[in-house]
Design a binder for this molecule. Structure first.
Ligand code: C2E
Ligand code: MG
Ligand code: MG
Ligand code: MG
Length: 281
């Protein structure tokens, strides 16, 4: 209970908390309406391999509101998770991503590109999640190996056996998995060994600090070494400077994503040279 409340109050919420609850409720209503009206967009951030060729992208949700402003996913994803709206929203993201993959797979120049989609823990643990993914893939007739689902360590907070089984089911179909924001969550090394992963994503907070902070440098080097021993591909997110890129290259990082190489953009706004550098045939 807030200090300034005084002794005789029966309110449970401080004014600040009430404002927050109200803002949350307003955002929930606005989210619901935005979903109904289909105003969400996907932006695509390019991912490159060691020799600078484009290998794929990460799909990132955007919510455009009045005045050309975009509400950040950092603000609306948590509300979508709390309210369960992440399930329809995540379904729309999956469908849209699979449609884009189908378009890439229909063109010789972009056939080999992969697309990473963020999946919330709550979405992943829906009973029909596997069905949701397989129907989206079938609807658009895509090659499953091009779809990469990004999970965070929070999925493991659920039932680890169920998580492994569900991942294995999708992986049998060819779908790939990346562990997002690695190092910021709770996972232990034994979990890491049990999860059927293809890729580990070094969190941008470590990339940001690694050249100035010995602790972050140690963590980045440990993740690179560990991924190599486990036979997992490793991608760095949040690469913003040439110096960070050079350091990661020198230490064997395989994939790179960040403002230095390209910001998330609608596909129509992608500069031609990204697609021209596509690694595939
Ligand atoms: P994330 O999956 O870790 O995505 C990376 C975030 O870092 C993105 O923020 C991206 O725009 C940003 N970023 C990329 N490169 C750089 C860089 O060089 N420097 C800096 N400072 N930032 C960079 P964004 O698009 O705001 O998304 C934030 C988070 O929201 C994502 O983090 C992801 O967890 C979540 N999110 C976004 N779209 C979806 C979605 O469709 N579904 C779910 N469940 N979550 C989503
Ligand atoms: Mg991600
Ligand atoms: Mg991340
Ligand atoms: Mg992140």
């Amino acid at each position: 209970m807030a200090k300034e409340e005084g002794r005789n109050t029966t309110r449970f919420f401080s004014p600040q908390m009430q404002a927050r609850v109200q803002a949350h409720a307003e955002m929930e209503a606005a989210l619901r309406q935005a979903l109904d009206e289909g105003v969400f967009q996907l932006f695509y951030q390019p991912q490159f391999c060691r020799d600078g060729k484009l290998v794929g992208a990460e799909a990132l949700a955007r919510w455009p509101v009045e005045g050309g402003r975009m509400v950040s996913p950092a603000d609306f994803i948590p509300v979508a998770e709390d309210t369960g709206l992440i399930v329809p929203l995540g379904g729309w993201v999956l469908d849209t991503a699979c449609r884009q993959l189908a378009a890439w797979q229909a063109q010789p120049g972009t056939r080999t590109l992969s697309l990473a989609v963020n999946v919330s823990a709550r979405q992943f643990h829906q009973p029909d999640f596997v069905l949701q993914v397989t129907s989206a893939m079938q609807r658009h007739g895509i090659m499953p190996s091009a779809l990469k689902l990004e999970l965070t360590e929070s999925v493991i907070l659920g039932d680890i056996d169920e998580t492994v089984a569900r991942m294995a089911q999708l992986r049998t179909l060819g779908v790939r998995f990346s562990l997002d924001d690695f190092g910021t969550g709770y996972s232990s090394l034994s979990y890491l060994r049990r999860l059927p992963l293809d890729q580990i994503k070094i969190d941008q907070s470590f990339v940001r600090d690694m050249l100035d902070n010995a602790g972050s440098e140690t963590i980045v080097l440990a993740i690179l070494g560990m991924s190599r021993s486990l036979g997992l591909e490793v991608i760095a997110e949040g690469v913003e400077t040439e110096a960070q890129h050079a350091f990661l290259l020198e230490h064997g990082c395989q994939r790179f994503q960040g403002y230095l190489l390209g910001k998330p953009l609608p596909l129509a706004a992608w500069p031609a040279h990204w697609l021209d550098s596509c690694a595939g045939d």
